[in-house]
Design a protein around this ligand. Structure first.
Ligand SMILES: [Zn+2]
Length: 482
């Protein structure tokens, strides 16, 4: 039996001040504010928990939208790519810890290059970026080729752990693809395309074994625009997520990304030197992980369904959906485990919040925060709900429970702090409404359960065709921005 017990997403009617002499159950102002935060956050996290349980992949990737005058499109893309690739080359490990964001602030004395990461930026990363920016600020057309070579060496050396990870992933599918092509080459009629592909993959196998990572990265980058990638795509078996040709193509594409980064960084430094004029690097310190504000005994299927909607029919349908999931995937147990999730603020949100709250001036007025990985579902929804005018990023559309919004108070005091908290509550309430809508869409079958896809893109195409989309469903890349 369901009892409608909807909690509205509007600001709760809890007093912010009290009088100890009159009210025997007086709470301090600080305690009341803490209670309000917890309530708003619980209302926010419950539909997130449900949506994640229904499907942790909200939908297809979302491409970045560059909404500018077409005449300025190329220069805008170059400027944004420069910022994004500065973040990319600083993200030296696969996984989420070193996921890095960068934004450029214009100050009268020059440019401040702000950086943040999921886990605090290390001094070695600041030193590396300083060396890169110093080199870029001095490059000239006549020294372009020499500097590009030096930059490749620096970038590949700093990202060596990440490159080695890609190499270890590539090794097995590369062997499987070569074996398969050798087998096919013995069949009649003889296929010359397969023979060419086999020869190309054997070259790459030798390059992988040669331990010259800079050369390998450059080769993989060049291969992205050759027939190799088309031929690999031709061999991918549709519907087989672990097809070695699919995994190989994706990770060879990733291996070439550092070379693409160097090319763009040098080009932008020559064409847009003002981006790093008199630069200074500033680091935003990352916050510690905190437990998700959910309580196990309040996170049963029935409790979650009851509180989801004031409409008993919707709550009942949701309960049946969750109960069905529970029977074949032990959802109840997973939800209880989810209540101990440790959350953290994602790299891009530190800088989005910093520039928004501080009303920082972006270089060229370009309200853009670059990140080494596409935004997750919640970061995308947060930036959208904030309405700060900062460009919406590309998104992997993946839902991570281990996510939390930037801190409420943001180090402010007095009326500024209260205004900041009200704004944050507004953002979370708007997100909560949207997420509840997405839960209902999922319940109504408007969004089928998704194929999984890696957070990272291949780098081969920004406008993937059908074949490319298939390719994105590669499960072998476990990169997360979590
Ligand atoms: Zn995120």
């Amino acid at each position: 039996m369901f009892i409608a017990n909807n909690i509205a997403v509007a600001r709760p009617s809890i007093r912010r001040t009290g009088n100890a002499g009159i009210n025997p159950i007086f709470k301090s102002e600080a305690q009341e504010e803490l209670d309000i935060r917890r309530k708003v956050l619980r209302r926010f996290y419950e539909p997130v928990l449900i949506l994640h349980a229904l499907d942790p992949h909200r939908g297809d990737r979302i491409e970045e939208i560059t909404d500018v005058d077409p005449a300025l499109l190329d220069i805008t893309k170059l400027r944004r790519s420069f910022i994004k690739y500065l973040a990319y080359i600083c993200d030296y490990e696969k996984g989420g810890n070193t996921c890095t964001s960068v934004a450029l602030q214009q100050k009268p004395s020059g440019v401040r290059v702000w950086m943040a990461a999921n886990v605090s930026i290390k001094p070695k990363t600041v030193q590396f970026l300083h060396e890169v920016l110093t080199g870029l600020s001095k490059v000239e057309e006549k020294t372009r080729d020499q500097f590009h070579e030096n930059l490749m060496s620096m970038v590949v050396a700093f990202g060596s752990r990440r490159i080695l990870d890609y190499l270890s992933i590539v090794k097995c599918p590369l062997e499987l693809c070569i074996s398969e092509l050798k087998r096919k080459s013995e069949e009649l009629p003889y296929n010359s395309k397969d023979r060419n592909l086999l020869a190309h993959l054997q070259d790459i196998q030798r390059a992988c074994g040669a331990n010259d990572h800079a050369k390998l990265v450059q080769e993989c980058f060049k291969a992205r625009s050759t027939t190799l990638f088309t031929q690999l795509a031709r061999c991918i078996q549709t519907g087989i997520e672990k097809c070695p040709f699919r995994i190989l193509r994706h990770n060879l594409g990733r291996l070439g990304e550092h070379a693409q980064a160097c090319k763009i960084l040098v080009q932008a430094a020559l064409e847009l030197p003002e981006l790093i004029q008199n630069f200074k690097i500033k680091v935003h310190v990352s916050a510690k992980q905190t437990k998700i504000p959910l309580i196990e005994k309040q996170s049963t299927l029935e409790c979650l369904a009851n509180r989801f909607s004031s409409n008993p029919e919707i709550s009942q349908r949701l309960f049946h959906r969750l109960d069905t999931l529970d029977r074949w995937s032990r959802l109840s147990e997973r939800l209880q485990d989810d209540c101990s999730t440790k959350t953290r603020i994602h790299a891009e949100l530190y800088l989005v919040q910093l520039f928004h709250k501080g009303q920082f001036e972006f270089v060229h007025g370009e309200k853009y925060v670059g990140c080494s990985k596409p935004a997750c579902y919640l970061c995308y929804e947060y930036i959208s709900a904030l309405g700060s005018g900062i460009s919406l990023p590309a998104s992997s559309n993946k839902i991570y429970l281990a996510w939390r919004p930037p801190n409420f108070d943001f180090g402010m005091e007095g009326p500024f702090r209260e205004a900041a908290e009200k704004e944050m509550e507004g953002v979370l309430n708007r997100m909560t409404e949207r997420i509840r809508g997405h839960v209902e869409e999922q319940m109504n079958g408007k969004m089928g359960r998704r194929h999984i896809h890696p957070d990272s893109t291949t780098g081969v195409s920004t406008a993937p065709d059908k074949q490319e989309k298939e390719f994105y469903t590669d499960p072998s890349d476990d990169e997360t921005s979590e």
